[in-house]
Design a protein around this ligand. Structure first.
Ligand code: SAM
Length: 212
């Protein structure tokens, strides 16, 4: 179902500059409509963010592709995602053969998406909690991807990246953020670069926006 729409979507993403074939292949395979309610199925393969309830959204496919590409992952890498949301980003990583750990702070979304992962047999280690403090138990991670916008880069996440690994995180105010791409060169030493201009829902937590 929707195979032609997925093919058109990957053509559009490569025209927009996505070059990583593993990312494009995963986007061509993962059925994005399954991560959305029925009302949005007909829009699932448009390059737009869409509502997933609870005031949250599934990111635009271009953003998912760009952030994933920036992680520069080899198959079987260990990746931590902050902000499970619909589960679509996690599914892309699983289809790229990564070991995926994902944290969601909204209990209803966590439970809904956990059920979806089980029903479509997607192997994601997911937990409910505040992702701004990371998931130390399974660290270090080859990549950490944060899918909500933060006022700054949470220190616990910097600690939990492996040497040589990358952290991709939107940082800015509540309306717009730059995507920060940090590469851990050695303990406490990072190469850092910014990509403008993205807009995410806020990362709420101890090391993010401290509001309800
Ligand atoms: N990756 C998601 C997807 O593929 O659908 C995008 C989700 S949405 C843009 C961001 C998510 O981050 C929301 O579900 C929100 O509840 C969650 N979030 C916000 N602050 C968080 C935190 N401190 N820890 C974990 N999740 C958080």
């Amino acid at each position: 179902m929707y195979e032609r729409e997925r093919k058109e979507l990957i053509d559009k993403l490569s025209q927009k500059g996505i070059w990583d074939q593993a990312v494009l292949k995963a986007i061509g395979k993962v059925e994005r409509h399954k991560f959305l309610s029925k009302a949005f199925h007909n829009h699932a393969y448009k390059d737009i963010a869409l509502p997933i309830g609870y005031g949250q959204s599934i990111s635009q496919p271009y953003t998912v592709a760009f952030m994933t590409q920036e992680l520069h992952l080899k198959p079987n890498s260990k990746v931590l995602e902050i902000g499970t949301g619909s589960g679509y980003q996690a599914a892309i990583l699983v289809h790229m053969k990564m070991q995926v750990y994902s944290i969601e702070r909204n209990i209803d979304l966590y439970l809904k998406t956990r059920n979806l992962f089980d029903s479509i047999n997607l192997r994601v280690h997911s937990k409910y909690g505040d992702g701004t403090i990371g998931w130390a138990e399974y660290s270090p991670y080859d990549g950490i991807i944060v899918t909500a916008g933060s006022p700054s880069v949470p220190e616990p996440l910097k600690k939990q990246i492996a040497i040589g690994g990358k952290l991709v995180i939107p940082v800015g105010n509540k309306n717009s953020q730059k995507l920060k791409i940090l590469t851990k060169l050695e303990e406490d030493v990072f190469d850092e670069r910014d990509e403008p201009e993205f807009s995410f829902v806020p990362l709420i937590g101890r090391e993010g926006w401290n509001t309800k």
